[in-house]
Design a protein around this ligand. Sequence first.
Ligand code: AMP
Ligand code: FES
Ligand code: ZN
Ligand code: ZN
Length: 314
Amino acid sequence: MLKKGTKCRICKNKGKNNKAVVFLSHHRLALCKEHFIEWFEKRVEKTIKEFKMFKKSERILVAVSGGKDSLALWNVLYKLGYEADGLYIDLGIGDYSENSKILAKNFADRIKRKLHIVSLKEQLYTIPTIKDFTNRPACSSCGVVKRYYMNRYAKELGYSVVATGHNLDDETAVLFGNTLQWDLKYLSRQYPVLLEEEGFVRKVKPLCKITEKESAIYSVFNNIEYIEYECPFSEGASSIEYKTLLNQLEEKHPGTKLKFYSEFLKKIYPIFKELQKEDKISLMKCRICGEPSYSEVCGVCRLKMLVDKKVKTN
Ligand code: AMP
Ligand code: FES
Ligand code: ZN
Ligand code: ZN
């Protein structure tokens, strides 16, 4: 909690007396608006460099959902002088998709960068249709479909890197879930950079050390309009439960999330990565669409076949 009258640490060091408006308890740092924005952008830049995510000479495709994280990320990359365009995947989830698309478009206009839009309705089926015709939870099909189109469009449009807005809360919730299950396969891939390989572009998460709250504050301070409600299918997802639990811990012991995540990256991930090398499954090309796949037919083509069949018999 920010105590009344607290001064911004940076301003104080410079002999100024500006009041702090944000208190970052896990960094024990009180900051004014200007210095919070500066802190945020420097932290993202440091993360990009720490994990060697990309260089200034590369073309970056930011996967933009219309939410605070991906729009904040796009703004930071733009301000840092990276060549970053956006990709919005219209999932066809009623008002949620319509409204988030408008916000993504408005932001692209504001920074005068290109926003590519992929419509699932035209390319495949909308998420609600896929949900109705398969027995799978919407979120799991949605994850497969989003990853597929992000990768495919980045390649087709000539971008070498896809950047997503996954934040520290997302990463710790996933890490917590994977640890509870001791899911070695996922643990060995949970890193903020997934290097390019045959058919796959590089994927990076420059906000992995930024909390959800920090990216919301950054967006508000920069007058970025973002979609404030969650996707209607996210209700009851276990990741939300894990986030709540981790936030309870964080409140009592500031720094818990960052420590859990960064110590995993430092101490545990290297061990799992070695394990992964031993039982690496070889990649093939999907016999239908030609995209990289771990089985003869990729996940998206399988979904499509399943829905095609159900639609015909209906
Ligand atoms: P989520 O999976 O909804 O937690 O989103 C994680 C990240 O995936 C976001 O920060 C975006 O970078 C990206 N993303 C999610 N939904 C979309 C979408 N509809 N279009 C493009 N990128 C998206
Ligand atoms: Fe994909 Fe909710 S955003 S199911
Ligand atoms: Zn200040
Ligand atoms: Zn395929």
